[in-house]
Design a protein around this ligand. Sequence first.
Ligand code: ADP
Length: 478
Amino acid sequence: MKAMRAALGVASECAPLVKTGGLADVVGALPAALRPHGWHLRTLVPGYPALLARLSGSHVAARQDDLFGGPARLLSAQAGGLDLLVLDAPHLYDRAGSPYLDEDGQDWPDNDRRFAALGWMAARVAAGALPDWQPEVLHLHDWQAGLAAVYCEEMGAQAGRLMTVHNIAFHGLTGAGRRAALRLPLAGFSPEGFEYYGQISALKAGLIWSDRISTVSPTYACELATPEFGMGLDGVIRARADALSGILNGVDLAVWNPATDPAIQPFATPRGKAANRAHLAAEFGLEPGDGPLCAVVSRLSEQKGLDLLLDALPRLLDRGGSLVLLGSGDRALEAAWRRAADQFDRVGVRIGYDEGLSHRMYAGADAVLVPSRFEPCGLTQLYALRYGAIPLVALTGGLADTVIPANEAGLRAGVATGVQFHPVTAPALGFALDRLCTLYSDRTSWGRMQRNAMRAEVGWDASARQYAALYEGLAHTR
Ligand code: ADP
């Protein structure tokens, strides 16, 4: 058998162990996706308490007496089907709350050093700290891993570096005065380096000191180079355009399989959704009307455009549609959605995070709404496709790349899988909801769209091949 090549992924979350969003799904799915392509991808993650509790067969692979203010151990372990390196550093990670926020929803004040430490350990591994395992490629995910690229340079690590941008909105900024404490070289603090308007940006560091950059859809790769979507880093992206690729995220087909999903009443054809639909409506205490039962599963943030949906909601309700929403985040949006649930009979809202309910929503909904202002890839529309719920999405980022619109051309060719709208405004969304209801009322063509959706290729095959090709190129960079 051919020997496996070694690569190390570095991330702040990883499904099924710690998840706040799509980043975790992708980091958790990549190792299995890359294995058939000859890559053994281990994943380095922080040792949060909930994660440490789930490890099996762990042993200490390396130690560091002082890792940004305290002792740390690097544990080699398995959990959730993954081959992990876990950074056990109680002074940084032994805290209640989410990976990033305290119990009051505020960023931990020392997030800079918490994730600098992760990057430092990653660089040490890339530089050969483990006697029996050395990665050829270091795969850094988002700002939390960004500083690893600088540390690799400082340590002379040989591994090729890939920085993947899952969302350029999060820069990982900290004050310039923190440079020495974060063990960053003075020479790097310049506009050509990790300085961002007088501050330090961990994401920018990753973009500049990596050999290649990828992002999670081809359309988002194009958008990143524009002032509208580049969030202040579009100039850096343009300067590194030759190093940039857009590779779509996939779905873990074993986990997201409507025929075997233990969280739902399994089904293999659109007809089989009926029981899940009835169950979902009952779970939210709704009597759906004649129109589509729509679902939203989302972080509640400006990005996701759910304020626009509040404005456009009457268009859906007037046509007999109904809506169930599961989400959490911005307090004002949470309150606004609670009010909508009070106001309208056919609107149900759950504020919180509930993995099982999210599965039941994809399984039971006729449509899933994703009116994002920007969306690097988006996973919810992929789950929707897989579960025969028609995605209604904004024409942006990965939403543009994964949904075949039910415009005249799409319908005539019989290939449509969803509805797209543009510009991302409440009136355009209202119009799209109206169109969704019209499409829904034609049961024959709706059924066809559902079948197209359920057959859409949303797995990792094609994307894993592209990552493997990138890894292959990177392995020979240095
Ligand atoms: P993002 O990463 O920007 O949050 P994605 O669409 O890429 O958006 O991924 C979101 C992931 O998080 C999906 O797996 C979705 O089902 C899940 N998710 C979001 N909000 C919730 C919630 N409140 N409860 C359960 N799952 C959620």
